[in-house]
Each structure stands twice: as structure tokens, then as C-alpha cells.
Design a protein around this ligand. Structure first.
Ligand SMILES: O=C([O-])C(=O)C[C@H](O)[C@@H](O)C(=O)[O-]
Length: 429
């Protein structure tokens, strides 16, 4: 009698959590500059049936401690029992309201700490489920409604090189002409059909000028700007008026649901957020105040792919648009994002990705499974996530993490903060 492998339980027998570091270029945002290294944690869930699933998440020290606490709580659970895994993780972390793991100030806190910890385990369990039954993760999420997922060109103001470090091929982007040149290069290489500018770095009028320069250079590309809450309500309304008819949405111009609601009353374009609606209990007050019109989902902090799918349905129910947020990430995350986007019918915009900013040699997956053409990634059709761990690369990026002495140096995440001459939780302009 043959054993039906798919029907057997696949109990978690081991979890490996490996912090890694990869080169991150000197991209600027409102709280500082990306460090020379970005941190991630690679999660491997191993089952007694011999399958391994992959997840990727934040790599800061506080998050790593929580991942380890969660890992020891889920041993023995069948990977099909994701609710049980979620309950165990919530219990293991009860009382923990920490906020590490995003690298950005001004993001509201809430019920999302356990969701952030759950996410890589849930993704790894889905990877195993898919491998067990021979289906891609997108099928486990309801099935792909598109076979390619569109991403946007994510532009950053940027230094030429870190002080004391060699320049990189992208060069500096500190004014509108250089931002346009960055867009031309990125779109030339990847074919993106939409453009996002990370703002909150220079005076808002200069950033609006850069958007207008992009509009001139790319008349047909939808545009967005995201100052990560650096602007006051008044500034947001003024810049919103200047960019009326130019951008498809204005992302997190100011912080908090109340502030966003005040801006939304007076600007014409939709407001998007990944900072004030970051957990399910934020949806109700945001909808009640009509504070945001587009939610940027992110499976890394919404609790994984299943919960992010549920968010899509909630957004559709309330007539909210849906797009996708990113941080500096590796290939396991890109695979998970692509499966999720493929299986989200109401995704109304091209997704964010930091992918072009990463050295292609810096990854933990075997190359070739994920490639961009025409600004989109083809949805993997192999079982599970459809990506394979490259153990040598994992070891190399882990060595880089260890060599960086990161844990000792910085417990807050991957960003180097500017010396706070300003309060990073209050608007700068
Ligand atoms: O809105 C966003 O894209 C983010 O907040 C993601 C990152 O923190 C972004 O600001 C970055 O990478 O500097």
C-alpha cells in the first residue's frame, strides 16, 4: 500500500532562523540613510516528513529574539494548522507590544507584533503545503488571477556613496534631474510602468518639483510620492494641490489616522498608507474617518499571506484601493509577494519593491526563479513558493551579518538615523 504523502500530517520538527546582511546603497528617507548593510532573517521550517519551507522577515535583534521564542512554541504542530501556529505564537509573545522590524519612525503601534512574527512561519508553512500537494502557493491562496505581477520603479534620493566607501553604479540622486536620470536607468533595465518617489528628505516644494520633472519625462507613467509622514497637515494639503492631476496617490503625507483624515478632506487624489493602517484594528477608524483610500498591504507585518488576502477582501468591501509596500528584501520575500499579488483580485496598483537596489549576487535563493520583464515578475508555477535556498549564499550572507557586528552596534533595525536635530515622530515641514 502506498502512502499518500499529501494526506499525511507534516509536523514541525525543527526551525532554523538565520540572520543575514546584504549590501544596501545609501538611499535617503526622512529618518536617515540606509546603512551599508540591510538585515533580514531567513526562516526554515522543517517537518518530520522531510519537507522544508522558507520564510523571510526583518533581521533586527528584537525581532530575532521574538522569532526564536515563537519557533520553540510551534514544534510538533502540523503545517496545515496555521491557526494553531498563530495561537501558539500569540501566547508565546503575550504582553509584548514591541515595534521593531520596520525601520521607520511614525508607524503606529498596535496589535501587529505577533503578526510580524507569525508571517515568516506562515509563509514557510504554505511553502511546505504547496510542496506536499505539488501546487504553487498562489493556488493555496485561491488561485492566481494573473500570471505576471506588475511592480513599480521605487526611486530614492541617494548619496553617491557612503562617506569613506566607494561610489556605486547608480551615483547620486539629489535633485530633479538626477531623479529623472535614476528613473530612466531603472525603467530602462526593468521596464516598470509606474513610478514611486520616496520623499520626506528635502523641502516638499523641491520634491514636488522632482515629481513634475518625472511627469514631463514619463508622460504616461502613473506617479506616487511618499514622504513617510514628514509633512504637516497644512503642507500636505498645499503639496497635494500642486500635484493635483499629476500623481495617482499621495502616500503617507502626514502621520496618524486623524492627520490623514484632515488631509483627505482637502486633497483631490487618493491617500495611501502603510503607516497608519498596519493592522486589522486600524481599518475601522480609518474607514470611519475616510482617512485613507488605498491600503498598502505587506505580508511581513499583516501576519502572512492568508491574512493579507483577507485584507484584500476587507478593502474591497469598503471600496478601498489596494497596493503593496516593501522594505529592502531578498528573493524569498519577492516570491511570497508575487504569489500574494497574483491571488489578490482587487489589487489596483503596481506593487512596491526594493529589488533593483540589491546587488543581484546578494541573495539566498538559487538564481533564475524570479526575473523582471516589462516591469513584472512571472508568477512561479513550481510547487510551494517556487524558489530554492542556496545554502552557500545563505552562509555567505550570514557571515556578512556576523562580520558586521550588527547586533552589538544597533538594536533598532537596518537604518542609520540622522542625529535627531528634529523629533522623528513629528512632521519636519
Ligand atoms: O513606505 C515605504 O515604502 C516604507 O516605509 C519602506 C521603507 O522603510 C522605505 O522608507 C525605505 O526603504 O527607506
Amino acid at each position: 500500500m502506498s502512502i499518500d504523502v499529501a494526506a499525511e500530517p507534516h509536523r514541525i520538527s525543527d526551525v532554523r532562523i538565520t540572520p543575514v546582511a546584504f549590501r544596501d546603497l545609501p538611499l535617503l528617507n526622512t529618518v536617515g540613510v540606509h546603512e551599508p548593510l540591510a538585515l533580514r532573517a531567513i526562516v526554515e521550517v522543517v517537518t518530520d516528513s522531510g519537507l522544508t519551507g522558507l520564510g523571510e522577515t526583518y533581521g533586527d535583534a528584537g525581532h530575532l529574539d521574538r522569532l526564536r521564542a515563537a519557533a520553540s512554541a510551534i514544534t510538533g504542530v502540523d503545517v496545515w494548522h496555521v491557526h494553531e501556529i498563530a495561537c501558539r505564537i500569540r501566547r508565546a509573545l503575550s504582553g509584548d507590544r514591541g515595534t521593531a522590524g520596520h525601520g521607520m519612525s511614525g508607524m503606529v503601534t498596535g496589535s501587529s507584533t505577533a503578526d510580524r512574527v507569525l508571517s515568516p512561519f506562515e509563509v514557510a508553512c504554505l511553502d511546505i503545503q504547496g510542496k506536499a500537494i505539488g501546487r504553487p502557493v498562489s493556488d493555496l491562496l485561491g488561485g492566481a488571477v494573473r500570471d505576471r505581477v506588475d511592480y513599480s520603479a521605487y526611486l530614492f534620493y541617494k548619496w553617491a556613496g557612503h562617506p569613506g566607501a566607494e561610489d556605486d553604479a547608480w551615483g547620486a540622486a539629489l535633485d530633479p534631474d538626477q531623479i529623472v536620470a535614476q528613473a530612466q536607468r531603472m525603467i530602462g533595465e526593468y521596464g516598470f510602468g509606474a513610478i514611486k518617489l520616496k520623499g520626506g528628505v528635502f523641502h516638499p516644494d523641491e520634491e514636488a518639483e522632482a515629481i513634475l520633472a518625472l511627469r514631463k519625462a514619463f508622460p504616461d507613467h502613473p506617479l506616487r510620492v511618499d514622504p513617510n509622514g514628514a509633512w504637516s497637515v497644512e503642507t500636505s494639503i498645499r503639496v497635494g494641490a500642486a500635484l493635483d492631476g499629476v500623481i495617482e496617490y499621495l502616500e503617507d503625507p502626514t502621520t496618524g489616522i486623524d492627520g490623514m483624515a484632515r488631509v483627505a478632506r482637502d486633497v483631490a487624489m487618493p491617500l495611501a498608507t502603510n503607516m497608519c493602517v498596519v493592522a486589522f484594528d486600524h481599518v475601522k477608524p480609518a474607514v470611519a474617518q475616510d482617512a485613507v483610500q488605498v491600503v498598502l498591504s505587506d505580508h511581513h507585518f499583516w501576519g502572512g499571506l492568508g491574512r493579507s488576502r483577507a485584507l484584500g477582501d476587507i478593502c474591497a468591501t469598503f471600496g478601498l484601493g489596494l497596493s503593496m509596500h516593501s522594505n529592502s528584501h531578498l528573493g524569498i520575500s519577492l516570491a511570497a509577494m508575487t504569489h500574494l499579488a497574483a491571488a489578490t483580485p482587487d489589487l489596483t496598483y503596481a506593487c512596491d519593491t526594493h529589488w533593483p537596489w540589491k546587488d543581484p549576487a546578494d541573495d539566498v535563493i538559487v538564481p533564475g526563479a524570479l526575473t523582471f520583464s516589462g516591469g513584472a515578475v512571472a508568477v512561479p508555477t513550481a510547487p510551494g513558493l517556487g524558489v530554492e535556498l542556496d545554502r552557500d549564499a545563505l552562509a555567505r550572507l550570514h557571515e556578512r551579518y556576523l562580520a558586521g557586528g550588527i547586533r552589538e552596534r544597533d538594536d533598532t533595525g537596518y537604518m542609520r538615523r540622522f542625529e535627531p536635530a528634529f523629533d522623528p515622530t513629528a512632521p519636519r515641514w
